[in-house]
Write a protein that binds this ligand. Sequence first.
Ligand code: ARG
Length: 608
Amino acid sequence: MFEHEQQKISERIRSFCVQNDLPQPVEIAWSPVPFSGEWGISTSFFQLAAQEARQIKERTGQGVNVPQRAQEIAASVAEYLGKVPGFSRIEAVKGYLNLYFSSSEYARRVVDTVLAQGRRFGAGEPKSDRVMVEYAQPNTHHSFHIGHARNAILGEAMARLVEFAGYETIRATYPGDIGLGVITVLWAYDRFYKGQEPQGIHERGQWLLKIYVEATSLLEKKEDETEEDKKRRESYEQERREMLRKWDAGDPYVRQLWKETRQWSLDELEDIFDILGIHMDVWFFESDVDEPSKAIVDELIRLGIAEDERPFGGAVIVKIDEKLGLKKEKYRTNVILRSDGTTLYLTKDLALAKVKFERYHVDRSVYVIDVRQSLYMQQVFKILELWGFPQAAKCHHLGYGFVSLPEGAMSARRGRVVLFKDVLDDAERRVLSVIAEKNPSLSGEVRQEVARQVGLGALKYAMLSVDNNKDIVFDWDAALNFDGHTGPYIQYAAVRCNSILRKASAEGIELQEDVAFDYALDAAEVQLIDLISRMPSEVQRAANEYKPLTIANLAYDLARALNDFYDRCPVLKAEPDIRLARLRLVMAARQAIVNTLAILGIETPDAM
Ligand code: ARG
């Protein structure tokens, strides 16, 4: 927000160096002075002093006391700068140069910047790096459960975050559309249900899960199995294997069956994307990279990275630790081709990465995948590194923990899953009843729309306000608590701003752009302004650390600070000049809350 000032002062420091025969600083880095009643920025002279000391040492062989010299330089720079417009004072302390803003000037600048930039407030300058975020990639022939929802919500927030931070962003999904699980469903569908299909996109998608559960049970050896059961089970198993073989061989009947049922899952997935506000740029499928991945195996053998043990009845493997020259076991050994020539999940990931790097030219690649796949992801990245991809070092696994409901754990094999659609339908019902009670004046149509925004907001925030690696026990009562650490609490803070502004306009108060904050700011105002001013740097930090949680926390802190301000500082009842300043602060706070929520993929209702 103060880049312009920083740059000007940096320039003056550089001319100071020229004039005083000092070396040119490599970089002049500014950081905020920790707030204690005054806002300021600060830069250190240690590096410059050390640079100079090295030169003196070379020339004369003499040593220099670097901290002392840093302080000397800081003090002379402070003197040289004299009075700088917009700053109330300058000091040199322990080798640092601190410049303090006058509080009223700072407050005004923050508020003006937010209101001039609007929805773009907090966004970063465009950058040349291209980032791909891969997320929301469930397996087909299955159903979308609450764990998948966490993945989709986290991935979308990550994509929005890097995009807002200024990176060119590509959203990608990679549904697992082949494998034994998919074949199991195909087999059972063909055997028992061919020609049937339930009505409704979600019903149909969810039906496949039922078939899967039923099939798994039919194929499972029971404890009290009779001879006859056994025979039947074995013949089922044989049919399933035959189905897999036929799929592999490209049998038209099986391929058609597969395409048709796969589409059912994709229809459901696209509808869920619509609900969640997700627009994918690229759709990769596991089945697309199966063939190409076989060529990669050959290449890795040729390069001496993989070992072909097929002649001895084995598989093709990569001894990652050995190839990396590690003495201790860390990444272990991976099979990349089975002895029967079929590929593995990992083989396909190698092919996928190649496409991401070579066709989409990504500089950074983020994978939103279950945290339990951490070792697996490291193995993929290390093989890419061995293979020679420079971008391998810029691959990042964004893991996420398990989601359960208070009633207990899920098991897809047993059909005990918490379906996303059920959770969402439940949300709408609950939110509608809360809103009917809190704000009976909202019309039916508006109420429906607000219920959607608040229900989704509650769900999304519950998923994003917990460290991504930690497990979540999702509880609607907690997520919808308007006084808790929740989405609705934050949305409500923004709505509160709206109602203050609406009241002001009803009272005929005309908002003005030219307002001064030259009164004694209340501590709650200071806190609010301080938080708002941090948004741009927090966005950069969160994007670079892959931490949407940082933004979730900022949103909550802003909402809390707003409520504090609301409790402590009269706005409409304040005297006219203060009132105008505070109204503008309310507008800025509202915008900052809306913008942080938007990064999280959460909409802000006008009223609720
Ligand atoms: N389809 C997989 C699953 O549901 C997730 C895919 C993750 N992405 C990847 N590149 N491996 O478990």
